[in-house]
Design a protein around this ligand. Structure first.
Ligand code: FES
Length: 516
């Protein structure tokens, strides 16, 4: 089996029974904020795109690159489709010209021609990806690989059941706007960033330990930020609170916990897995150490080369003819009306400060969740405040964007302030700005709330419900108790055991009692 690194979370898997291209991403994503790092735009995509199967793990724009799929990927390829609750991924791929789909069943092995086997595990909570994220397991001739990409299953037991995995590809770096965009003192931001960076690595070690594959491939990030306005987010400034460590940092940190089996691929690196998957040889387009030693120079060169692309994108965002307040009212108020769980979860007004083109004026608009209205800000206390360029919101309205997480928030082109804890419902709502998505999310929370999880687990004297109130991780594996605080290491949420209160987010009480 041959694995070719094609950048970020993308790879091509070649076997004698067929080839699979995963998540090819080349064009900038999220308002031209994210670019693949290292640069993969100069690979021979005509050849790489001539494949038998295409796997797009989910609709995040650093995994689903419509322009690239349209131009370079063979439309005769059969799409291996995750089992998602909405048809959006299939619809978007059909619109690009793909017509052959294998609709997989989550957690079921599918046997393709020539003895190639695949299984896709689909995660479908409203907080997974843009409603859905997935992992791809492949077996050929006794060699098994798991491309977990950036999915976060509560455990990897389903993959373990299918036999020892030889190569495990997984995320290790950040892919979020927290804490950089928060209006916090620099030292607090650094402290939160450091915590976040450690948590990302802890989670990665846990998954690696769960699967115990022969080889570990750090993938799915970090992206790079080439616009001057975002340049500070690249991990080249010696900031220990930067949440975007690269593969060379991964190697250092992994070595500290005893890891010796990592395989770092650059775009164009080729790994041959042989001897039943227990041996690997990798060739690189240039020495990996040398590449990362010159990271800043690579980024600077890329920044100059990509500048015209960023400028062209920026020029397309302004639509001064749009009445932003009026349009938001029209689009969001019907959704507020229908929303029960999400609106209750947000529980207060959320304010958007829109900065005019010249930066002189600010228009403040409030999405009032309890009042089910979109209206001008009325000098009230708000739960969250976001500040961004007016033109970004104009563009979202212009393209009728139904997912502001997969566009505005991941762009990091905003700042934020909040009172109190993180509130996942705010982001869940703004990724569901369509009838179909909102209904799905409401239904999911409804079922989730009603599901009574009777099973318990033990931490010393504490008897605690076994499944995490956040996304049901098995706390007997992911839970760590220090003093009276339980931390679930899947996403790092903390719970105060005596009161059951979640210390990380609103709601999400845990059931816990102390044995006397
Ligand atoms: S499942 Fe997310 S913190 Fe536990």
């Amino acid at each position: 089996m041959r694995i070719t690194g094609t950048g970020h979370a993308s790879m091509r898997i070649d076997t004698a029974a067929g080839s699979i291209l995963c998540d090819p991403w080349v064009n900038p994503a999220y308002f031209a904020s994210w670019f693949p790092f290292p640069d993969n735009s100069q690979l021979d995509w005509e050849t790489l795109g001539d494949v038998d199967y295409l796997y797009v793990s989910h609709l995040h724009r650093d995994h689903f690159d419509a322009e690239h799929l349209k131009r370079f990927i063979n439309k005769k390829a059969t799409v291996l489709l995750p089992e998602y609750p909405t048809s959006q991924l299939e619809d978007e791929l059909r619109a690009l010209g793909f017509s052959s789909f294998l609709r997989t069943k989550s957690d079921q092995v599918h046997e393709l021609d020539g003895g190639l086997k695949v299984m896709i595990q689909a995660l479908i909570s409203p907080t997974d990806g843009p409603i859905g994220d997935s992992s791809l397991w492949v077996e050929y001739d006794g060699i098994r690989v798991l491309n977990q990409n950036d999915a976060r299953p509560s455990d990897l037991s389903r993959f373990n059941e299918l036999g020892h995995v030889h190569a495990h590809m997984l995320q290790f770096s950040g892919a979020i706007w927290y804490p950089m965009v928060y209006e916090l003192p620099e030292n607090a931001k650094t402290a939160f960033g450091k915590q976040k960076r450690e948590r990302q690595f802890d989670r990665t070690w846990r998954y690696i330990d769960d699967l115990k594959a022969d080889f570990v491939f750090p993938i799915a990030g970090p992206p790079c930020f080439l616009d001057d306005e975002l340049w500070q987010f690249n991990d080249i400034h010696g900031d220990e609170g930067n949440i975007f460590p690269d593969q060379s940092v991964f190697l250092t940190e992994y070595a500290k916990v005893g890891g010796t089996n990592a395989v770092v691929q650059l775009p164009g690196s080729v790994t041959e897995l042989s001897e039943g998957g227990t041996k690997q040889t990798t060739t690189h387009p240039m020495p990996v150490d040398e590449f990362f030693a010159n990271k800043t120079a690579h980024l600077e060169e890329m920044r100059e080369r990509k500048r015209p692309i960023i400028e062209a994108e920026k020029a397309s965002w302004r639509h001064p003819e749009i009445d932003v307040l009026g349009e938001l009212k029209k689009r969001i108020e019907p959704l507020l009306e229908e929303s029960i769980y999400l609106a209750k979860g947000v529980g207060g007004p959320v304010r958007f400060d829109l900065v005019s083109y010249d930066g002189d004026e600010i228009e403040s608009i409030v999405v009032d969740f309890p009042g089910k209205q979109v209206r001008p800000y009325a000098d009230e206390k708000v739960r969250y405040r976001f500040k961004t360029q007016r033109e970004l919101i104009e563009h979202l309205i212009f393209i009728d964007e139904g997912d502001w997480v997969n566009s505005l928030f991941l762009s990091c082109r905003f700042s934020a302030a909040r009172i109190g804890q993180y509130n996942e419902f705010v982001y869940a709502f703004f990724k569901c700005l369509s009838e179909e998505r909102l209904q799905y999310a409401e239904g999911w929370y409804d079922e989730h709330e009603k599901a009574v999880d009777a099973e318990d687990t033990q931490f010393g004297d504490w008897t605690v419900q076994r499944r995490c109130p956040h996304l049901k991780a098995d706390l007997s594996r992911f839970g760590v108790v220090e003093g009276n605080v339980l931390t679930c290491q899947l996403h790092g949420w903390k719970f105060d055991l005596p009161s059951g209160r979640c210390l990380t987010s609103v709601g999400h009480k845990i059931r816990a009692s102390k044995t006397s």
